[in-house]
Ligand binder design. Structure first.
Ligand code: PBG
Length: 333
């Protein structure tokens, strides 16, 4: 035989050998479940493009959170859909609004058993579906010019942070990709007496077709797109600049999304910063697996496990995923 006797198959022979040799170990404690709660409905509404995902009533949310806590899932990320949307998205900072109210109820249900995070953005609350306040367009303004007023939006994000902090979240998760958002939110939380509330920054967030199903989940129809504030997927170094800035601005955790198309970024960020690194396996990533599985084209649970494991292997310390409950049930089985 001409090849050296380095036979890697030796350690792949049995399931026990493979388990012992596994470099990446995905456990229930690596998972964060995104959840949707909607005002003004009296039964949970299934999200058509995301089989198994619901817009919850406050009551069904509470029940779901109890199940997740009992499964040992350590975190949840909450999104709200208000009964009424307006130009500014004022429902987002209403202390009696859908998310603050749900957060208080979740605390009653589970105490500190799970890390409670809230998405901090305005798109679910604005009538136009953008992540901030719109600029008044000047005549002849081109489509590529920014439609969202960055600094005016920061003012509103600060209010949202305070409302979510007062309601009792552990972490706020700003997802709007406004420049300076972490600084503004950190300052607002501190000034309002919530220094213990952390910021999980959506630090490198690419504009992506993979957010398609999410728009169904939060009833957002957006006029145009988000390319003037979210990142261009052709860029890698820019993601590192975004991450460095968020770290400098005081982020406690940096998050990268989408996951499957950003494995290079996740790996680079993991070796670059010493803060926790999270990845968000987003709606479209979930729906692609579900849709193919429904057609019998692939094994859905196996594909889900493979993808989330790969995200961890790339360097994520934990993964926000719509598969959280399903994976936790499988990992316990
Ligand atoms: C914005 C926000 C989005 C997602 C999380 N926060 C939508 C967007 O940026 O268009 C997407 C999450 C997903 O697709 O699962 N508030």
């Amino acid at each position: 035989m001409s090849f050296p006797e380095r036979r890697l198959r030796r350690l792949r022979r049995t399931s026990a050998l493979r388990d012992l040799m596994a470099e990446t170990r995905l456990g229930v404690s690596d998972l964060v479940a995104p959840l949707f709660v909607r005002d003004g409905i009296d039964a949970p509404v299934p999200v058509a493009s995301m089989p198994g995902v619901y817009q919850h009533t406050r009551e069904s949310l509470r029940r779901e959170v109890r199940v997740l806590a009992d499964l040992g899932i350590p975190g949840l990320l909450l999104f709200g859909i208000p009964a009424v949307k307006d130009d500014e998205g004022s429902g987002a900072w209403d202390a009696e609004g859908v998310v603050p109210t749900a957060v208080r109820e979740i605390r009653q249900e589970i105490g500190d058993a799970m890390v409670v995070m809230a998405d901090l953005c305005l798109d679910e609350y604005t009538s136009h579906g953008h992540c901030g306040v719109l600029t008044t367009p000047s005549p002849g303004q081109g489509a590529t010019e920014s439609v969202v007023d960055n600094d005016a939006t920061l003012e509103l994000y600060s209010r949202v942070a305070v409302a979510q902090g007062a309601a009792g979240v552990d972490l706020v998760a700003p997802s709007g990709m406004m420049d300076g958002q972490v600084t503004a939110i950190r300052r607002a939380l501190d000034q309002a007496g919530h220094p213990q509330v952390g910021v999980m920054a959506y630090a490198a967030k690419y504009a992506s077709a993979a957010y398609g199903p999410f728009r169904d989940a939060v009833d957002v129809t957006i006029d145009g797109d988000r390319r003037a504030y979210q990142q261009d997927c052709r860029n890698f170094r820019e993601a590192l600049v975004e991450v460095d800035l968020d770290v400098a601005e005081g982020a406690d955790i940096v998050m990268i999304k989408p996951a499957m198309t950003s494995l290079d970024v996740i790996a680079a960020v993991r070796s670059r910063v010493n803060l926790p690194v999270a990845a968000y396996h987003v709606s479209g990533e979930y729906s692609m697996v579900k849709a193919a599985a429904e057609r019998g084209w692939l094994d859905g649970p196996a594909m889900a496990l493979e993808q989330i494991t790969a995200v961890k292997r790339a360097g994520a310390d934990f993964v926000v995923t719509y598969f959280a409950r399903e994976l936790a049930e499988a990992l316990h089985a």
